[in-house]
Design a protein around this ligand. Sequence first.
Ligand SMILES: Cc1cc2nc3c(=O)[nH]c(=O)nc-3n(C[C@H](O)[C@H](O)[C@H](O)COP(=O)(O)OP(=O)(O)OC[C@H]3O[C@@H](n4cnc5c(N)ncnc54)[C@H](O)[C@@H]3O)c2cc1C
Length: 413
Amino acid sequence: MTQDIVIIGGGVAAFNAIKAIREIDKISNIHLVHNEPVYPYYRTRLTKSLFEDLDADRISLQRKEWYEQNNITVYLGKEAVSIDVKNNTVILNDGGRLEYSKLLLANGASNFKPNIEGIDKENVYTIRKFKDIQAIKSKSEDQKTILHIGGGIQNLEAAWAFCCHDKEVIIVEFMDRLMPRQLDDRASEILLNAVKSYNIKVLLSTEVIAIKGDEKVSAVIAKNRDSSEDSEGRQTIPCDMVIYSVGIRPNIKICENTDIQINMGVIVDEHMHTNIENVYAAGDIAEYCGRVGGLWTIAIEQGKTSGYNIVGKDVSYTGILPVTTINAFDLNIFSVGTITADSDTLSLVDDPDDGKSYKRIFIKDNIIIGAIVIGETKYNNILKKFVTDKINISEIYSKEITVNGLLEKLKSI
Ligand SMILES: Cc1cc2nc3c(=O)[nH]c(=O)nc-3n(C[C@H](O)[C@H](O)[C@H](O)COP(=O)(O)OP(=O)(O)OC[C@H]3O[C@@H](n4cnc5c(N)ncnc54)[C@H](O)[C@@H]3O)c2cc1C
C-alpha cells in the first residue's frame, strides 16, 4: 500500500530513515521538511573543519540528485510549525499543509543557551547549524580573542580550529577537569597540558556569570566556583567573541500542544515508536530508556530503525555504545564504555609520561568494559568491538599481562 510519509528535520537520522524506507518500499511518497537551506550534511564537520572551505555540497551526506533518484520531495528552508495528530497533518511556516499516513520526528536538538547576562550580545555564537559557522567565519577575521564557554568535545574542537587560525583562545569550564565523562583524571591532565602548550588559557571550576560590552562583546565576568565569598574569585576577561557549548535540548516545542508524549525528548520504544500509533521519532529529538542520545552513531541507528518500522519491518534498537574520539592539540584521544573502576574492576595502565600517550583498560569479570587510549589509534576498532560484544578474554588474560601485551593478544581472539 502506498503511504504518505512525512519526515520533519533533515539530519542524519532522517537521512538514514529514508535509506531504510527505500530499501524496502520504492513507491511510497516521502516528504522531507528541513528548515536549513542545504541538504542533510555531516554536522560533525562544523567544528572539526571550521576554517576549511566547507561549502554545502562538500559536506552533504548525498547530493541533490540522490533525493531526485529516490523520489523524495524535499522542502528546503521550510519549517514544520505544528502537528495535528488527530487529522494527520503537518503545518509549515509558509502555510503549507502536508497530510501523512506515517510521521517521523527527526528534528534533532538545539544547543542549550545558558541564562547568562549579555548572552544575546553581538559576537556571541554557538555552533549547531551550517549558518552558524558561516557567521562565525565572516565575523572572526577581525577578532583577536575568542572565549569558549564549556570545555566539552565540540568546544575543544572549535578552540583548536581557532588556535590553528592564529587566534588567542580562552576556555572556561565549569567542572574541575576537561572531558570528565570520557576521560579519567590522568587522561584529562594530559589533555589539559596539551591544550595549554598551545598558549590556550584554560580556567577550570569556573563559571561565566556575565558577558559585557555595549552591543558587541568586550569581556566576560567569570567566577571561580571554589571561592566561598560572592565577590571573591571574580575576574574580568577581555575577549572579542564568545562561543558557548554547554549541552543540548531536543526540539520538542512542536509537540507541546499535541498528544505526543514528551519528557526531555519525545519518548520512544525500541521501534522508535511514540505513544501515537503512526508517529515515530529518532535521533537527538528522541528519548529512549530515559536518555537522549546526542551522538551521531545513535542518530544513524535510530534513524534506520524508525525507517524499517515505518514500512513494516520489525527491527529493534538495542542501544549503541558511546564512543568518543577527538583529534586536536596534536593528540588522538579515544574513549569507549565505562571508564570508572569500582572494587571489582581491574584496570591496566600504560603511562609512559611523554605527554602524548596513555592507555587504560577496564576489565570486569573477564570482559573489557571500557578503555581510554591517547596516542596510537590502531587499537580503537578492536577495543570498540570487545567492549560492544562483551567478549570473554579469560583465555588470554593473566595477572602479569601488560596493556600492550593484552592489546596485541586481542587480535588473536
Ligand atoms: C558541531 C557539532 C559537532 C558534533 N560532533 C560530534 C562528534 O564528533 N561525534 C558524535 O557522535 N556526535 C557529534 N555531534 C552530535 C551529532 O551531530 C548529533 O547527535 C546528530 O547530528 C543528531 O542527528 P539528528 O538527525 O537527530 O538531528 P540534527 O543533526 O540536529 O538534525 C535535525 C535537523 O532538523 C532541523 N529542524 C529542527 N526543527 C525543525 C522543524 N520544525 N522543521 C524542519 N526542520 C527542523 C534542524 O535545523 C536540523 O537541521 C556534533 C554536533 C555538533 C552540532
